[in-house]
Design a protein around this ligand. Structure first.
Ligand code: CUA
Length: 175
């Protein structure tokens, strides 16, 4: 996926460079202005309709399920979950528990004691498994069940100050 995004980015940058080069090369040529304006306006109208269609369609498919955890159904369904209180601070996570069992649902109750932080759970390959926001005066609940033993990392995902990058916690999951 990363490779694909990288290749796509490079390709699009090359397209932009090509357009600039084309314009630079053609800049000396004199042409009548009116037909160009008409053509550009037509392209703009079509482009607007295409964009609007793409945006409305993608909003329909991605946002119609909001809020994703309606009324905390996931939380209610996991009444037997292990409850962990997480208080985020510049620049660490204060967690009431850091060792969990495979297959046991964990309910993270995440808040912040200062500014907005992010609470992202990552596996050993730094693939994100679950995340929520850590907000002052608000508790976000996140249920996650670990299916493999190992060491997991909690990373802050919201730029929160000078040591944001160092805001990391480790949790252990055992059989
Ligand atoms: Cu806390 Cu970034």
């Amino acid at each position: 996926m990363h490779d694909f995004v990288w290749q796509l980015t490079v390709s699009l940058v090359l397209v932009v460079v090509a357009v600039f080069a084309f314009i630079a090369l053609k800049s000396g040529v004199k042409k009548d202005y009116d037909p160009i304006v008409k053509k550009a306006y037509r392209i703009r109208t079509v482009w607007f309709v295409v964009l609007l269609t793409v945006i409305v369609t993608s909003f329909f498919f991605t946002l119609s399920d909001l809020p994703y955890n309606k009324g905390g159904q996931a939380v209610a369904a996991n009444a037997d979950a292990q409850v962990v209180d997480v208080v985020s601070k510049q620049f660490y996570f204060d967690m009431s528990q850091t060792e969990f069992k495979v297959g046991e649902p964990v309910l993270f109750r995440v808040t912040s004691a200062d500014v907005n932080h992010g609470f992202g759970i990552y596996d050993e390959d730094l693939i994100m498994l679950a995340q929520t926001q850590a907000m002052p005066f608000y508790v976000n609940e996140l249920v996650y069940t670990f299916d493999k033993p190992g060491t997991y990392e909690i990373l802050c995902m919201e730029y929160c100050g000078i040591a944001h990058h160092a805001m990391v916690a480790k949790i252990t999951v055992v059989e």
